[in-house]
Design a protein around this ligand. Structure first.
Ligand code: GLN
Length: 316
């Protein structure tokens, strides 16, 4: 056929004629992913296939979709170097999001570099619950996000139109720098999000009342820190995790002060440790400033979120 003739011409023009010496072919993108997949698997990393794809895609600066459709392209030398570097970091148990430099949270893509806790799927669920509650009420004014970290909760509330303004507080200056970067990335105007340094007692310097107070505070009990996965223990800020001897230090401070900083129709939403629901409910009950305390489970079925409404003044 005429097709056969064309094929022969292409082969004759090829630089790799049969007589030329050949270097061993560089592995293709697909072969690289397969190799890394088994390397990650043998190091006990969960979801090795997904992680291999994400590591290679980010090292090459392409999307996973592009990677999948260009699998037959061989890796260039500098690309192989970048991939090896990324895999080495992951085998040192650095979180994938730090290597990619980004973490997804609801509709946002936030910076992820170790200055603040990587936003978690559980915390997305906390925002779900807040959105549900807010949907039953007149538009909310100002929210307070205690321990804002990356700014994830405050920025989601703002970009999803759940609140009109927010204050994000953190004891960590590095976290506040990252939150400010995330604010700019997310296109939230400066006058909608006030980021400020929290003192160790949280409430000094906080004035006025809010329609919503939300927090994913550090809640890991000190004795449990050592048992956290390497990725968390060695690569995430301890100040975002460590909640004192029983993990409740910051939750106690929040519960003690929040009712006095909420409008009467406002609400407090907290993320808590999987074993803390009973303790947190009794802290809320004993405080006397709270009514209608509810607990909600996370996707794993663990009681993970608490919502409390301020008690009406008459009842206090
Ligand atoms: N959920 C976190 C973890 O993975 C803890 C976050 C926190 O203390 N707020 O351990």
């Amino acid at each position: 056929t005429s097709g056969g003739g064309q094929l022969r011409r292409v082969m004759d023009d090829s630089p790799h004629s049969d007589s030329a010496p050949r270097r061993p072919a560089a592995p293709t993108r697909r072969e690289t992913v397969i190799g890394i997949r088994s390397e990650l698997e043998s190091h006990g990393i969960e979801s090795p296939e997904l992680e291999a794809e994400r590591l290679v895609a980010s090292a090459l600066g392409v999307t996973r979709h592009t990677l999948a459709t260009t699998g037959s392209i061989p890796l260039a030398v500098d690309q192989a170097t970048a991939v090896a570097l990324a895999v080495g970091r992951r085998l040192d148990r650095e979180p994938l999001q730090h290597i990619e430099g980004e973490a997804a949270f609801r509709n946002l893509i936030l910076v992820s570099d170790g200055r603040a806790l990587i936003p978690r799927p559980e915390t997305e669920q906390l925002v779900d619950w807040i959105a549900e509650w807010a949907g039953t009420r007149p538009p909310l004014g100002r929210a307070l996000d205690i321990g804002t970290g990356s700014g994830a909760i405050a920025l989601a509330l703002l970009t999803e139109g759940i609140v009109n303004g927010a204050v994000g507080m953190d004891v960590s200056g590095a976290a506040l720098d990252q939150a400010e970067e995330n604010r700019r990335r997310s296109g939230v105007p400066r006058d909608r999000l006030e980021l400020r340094r929290a003192g160790p007692d949280i409430w000094s310097g906080v004035s006025g009342r809010f329609d919503l107070i939300a927090s994913n505070p550090p809640y890991v009990a000190d004795p449990e820190l050592a048992g956290l996965p390497d990725e968390i223990r060695d690569h995430e800020p301890k100040v975002a995790l460590a909640g004192g001897p029983d993990g409740l230090d910051v939750l106690r401070l929040i519960i003690a002060g929040a009712a006095g900083h909420l409008n009467p129709d406002g609400a407090l939403f907290l993320e808590i440790g999987a074993a803390q629901a009973e303790s947190v409910c009794s802290l809320l009950e004993r405080d006397g400033g709270w009514a209608d305390v509810r607990v909600r489970a996370d996707l794993a079925g663990k009681p993970r979120f608490v919502r409390a409404l301020p008690a009406q003044r008459e009842a206090r």
